[in-house]
Write a protein that binds this ligand. Structure first.
Ligand code: FES
Length: 244
């Protein structure tokens, strides 16, 4: 395993990246508040400037960068892997420090339930507890699929180590075709997480509004379950808005 050191311009903090990680995941695992949202190249929140060092760009055409960003040589931390020690420019912020440190875990497929004609809940088991906040997501590395896919958990954290994902079948989607048609009981995947900032804030006294669209319902279901389990719905309303 190769390890590269990543230092930040104007900041004393430094972190290490193992070869299979991205710059973003390495930062979050080290407790560095690297701005991000999607972890998959779409949002552009994880832009950084490379001052020194070499990287492998996993998805140079990622839509998270505009043409202007590319002219300025910005890169996406979620799509870059250090191939040498790096010195980078970005601004860490406390709000992005993960409340639970993301980890890679081997997971076993333990069951599935059809919820609608095209949504199935897939259940995986890991050794040790499933530790995440309602509304967070994890990435799944599925055998035979080149890049990990991000899916939100629909259940709540639990000591049994169960991770439930409600996944909609995407017509001609390679990952969902594999999950829906090839995955057999006992098959192994890798779960990396938890990630995501849209988690339930139990200490906020206001009503809760869950707005879901392309992300699907899973994170909102987890938030609703979390709010109910914490007794928050005795004093607050929960509003659900869902657009296909
Ligand atoms: S976190 Fe969204 S593009 Fe990197």
């Amino acid at each position: 395993m190769t390890i590269h050191r990543i230092s930040i311009e104007g900041n004393t903090c430094e972190f290490q990246q193992e070869d299979q990680d991205t710059v973003l995941r390495a930062a979050l695992r080290a407790g560095v508040g690297f701005p991000y949202e999607c972890n998959s190249g779409g949002c552009g929140s994880c832009k950084f400037d490379l001052i020194e060092g070499a990287i492998e760009n996993l998805w140079p055409e990622a839509p998270g960068l505009t043409e202007r960003d590319r002219r300025k040589n910005y890169l996406l931390a979620c799509q870059c892997r250090a191939t040498s020690d790096l010195h980078i420019k970005m601004r860490p912020a406390q709000e992005y420090v993960p409340p639970i440190t993301p980890q890679r875990r081997k997971a076993t497929f333990i069951g599935a339930v059809d919820l609608t004609h095209d949504i199935r809940e897939f259940r995986f088991g890991t050794e040790g507890e499933a530790d995440f906040l309602p509304g967070q997501y994890a990435t799944l590395t599925i055998p035979g699929i080149a890049s990990p896919r991000a899916y939100s958990m629909s259940n709540l954290a639990n000591v049994q180590g169960e991770w439930h994902f409600q996944i909609r079948r995407v017509p001609s989607g390679k990952a969902t075709e594999r999950l829906f048609h090839k995955l057999a009981m006992g098959d192994e995947v890798e779960i990396d997480g938890p990630y995501g900032l849209a988690w339930l804030r139990e200490d906020n006294p206001r009503d809760i509004a869950c707005v879901a669209g392309g992300s699907g319902l899973a994170p909102m279901i987890s938030i609703a379950r979390g709010a109910s389990a914490a007794g928050l719905l005795k004093t607050r309303n929960l509003h659900f808005f869902y657009g296909a």
